[in-house]
Design a protein around this ligand. Structure first.
Ligand code: NAG
Ligand code: NAG
Length: 335
């Protein structure tokens, strides 16, 4: 880096032109060359002022922002909130984690799993989900064909290796885990394990997030049971759900985690359960959607949309069967 400016300086000083230069212009020429030396010598720092780099302030946890977003945007998920705040904050503050952070999010559709991964990304990367260090894989889009199993496996390893080499603090989000063919996820096992480095690449600072509907039924059963016994939803604790969910998906051929060594070898740090959403949560989602679109409180729209959703079980009608999914489209229709 430093070579280029020196050459410029030498050229400036050695041209016949400089011989006839007045001391003042000579001073300016040297000044310019020195400035250039500084600029190009600090090229990475200069570049990172304007372009995304794998360092602060581009990549840096905003814990206040994370907490605020979880409080303001994610409804009815007190367990997920607690787990993520604790896990992400602890992990990002540790300059030298022993293994990457792995979160597996489980729950019914529309309960906020995608939202939660977005909130995490938005509060670590200044460019949020658009950051070049945030990678999302969608099973039905990226790995649709059964017959390409070994090709997908290789590709997945290559992508993760390549991207982590570029930035150790990368995030990989695997959506639709329940639609991923059994065994494919085992391809990334080495990267999730307790290795100092693998062929010189350090994977310990990356975050892996798995999203899946698998386990949703079990979670709903447990939540319903709580409700029927007259207990408060907020009293459901992680320990009431965690092992049941992890055992359930391990034994479920259609979970993407069937007999996977990721669970067997305890490489998933947190199983994060998402509870089914109630009528009042759907209303909160509608209110938030209105706010995001710049509208104020609109009681008719809020009740209207919430009333349009369908609720189960048949008799009690407590939980929205699509959670807050479709809220955005329905709000659009009302406006
Ligand atoms: C962190 O997030 C909060 C809330 O979004 C924001 O007001 C604050 O400016 C952020 N801090 C930094 C350092 O980006
Ligand atoms: C990073 O991952 C993306 C997929 O998200 C892939 O297209 C790209 O080739 C990877 N980059 C490297 C350097 O491997």
């Amino acid at each position: 880096m430093k070579i280029v400016p020196r050459v410029i300086l030498l050229l400036l000083l050695s041209t016949p032109f400089t011989a006839t230069m007045e001391p003042l212009s000579m001073g300016i020429a040297v000044g310019v060359a020195t400035a250039l030396t500084g600029l190009l010598g600090n090229f990475p720092a200069f570049y990172c002022k304007f372009q995304e780099c794998c360092e602060a302030p581009w990549v840096e946890l905003n814990n206040t922002g994370l907490k605020m977003d979880l409080d303001d945007k994610l409804f009815g998920q007190h367990i997920a909130k607690q787990v993520v705040l604790k896990a992400v904050n602890g992990f990002m503050r540790n300059p030298n984690p022993k293994k990457p952070l792995t979160l597996s999010l489980h729950g019914w559709t529309g309960t906020g799993k995608n939202l939660l991964s977005e909130i995490i990304a938005e509060n670590i990367y200044r460019n949020g989900m658009k950051s070049k260090y945030v990678h999302q894989f969608i099973a039905t889009l990226h790995f649709p064909h059964l017959e390409y199993f070994s090709h997908y496996k290789e590709q997945l390893q290559k992508w993760i290796r390549g991207n982590v080499s570029l930035c150790a603090r990368s995030i990989f989000i695997f959506d639709e885990m329940d639609k991923m063919q059994a065994g494919l996820i085992d391809a990334i096992k080495p990267y999730l394990d307790y290795y100092e480095n693998i062929d010189g690449v350090v994977y310990r600072k990356a975050i892996f997030i798995f999203l899946s509907n698998a386990g949703g039924e079990r979670i709903t059963e447990i939540a319903l049971d709580f409700w029927q016994k007259g207990n408060k939803r907020e009293d459901i604790q992680l320990k009431d759900l965690e092992s049941k969910v992890s055992i359930g998906i391990f034994n479920n051929k259609k979970s993407g985690f069937w007999h996977t060594s990721l669970i067997d070898k305890n490489l998933i740090d947190w199983f994060v359960p998402f509870l089914p959403l109630e009528y009042k949560h759907v209303k909160l989602c509608v209110r938030e959607e209105l706010k995001a679109r710049g509208y104020g409180e609109h009681e008719e729209v809020i009740t209207g949309v919430a009333d349009e959703m369908t609720y189960f079980p048949e008799r009690e009608k407590i939980y929205s069967d699509k959670g807050c999914k479709m809220v955005a489209t329905k709000v659009e229709f009302y406006l």
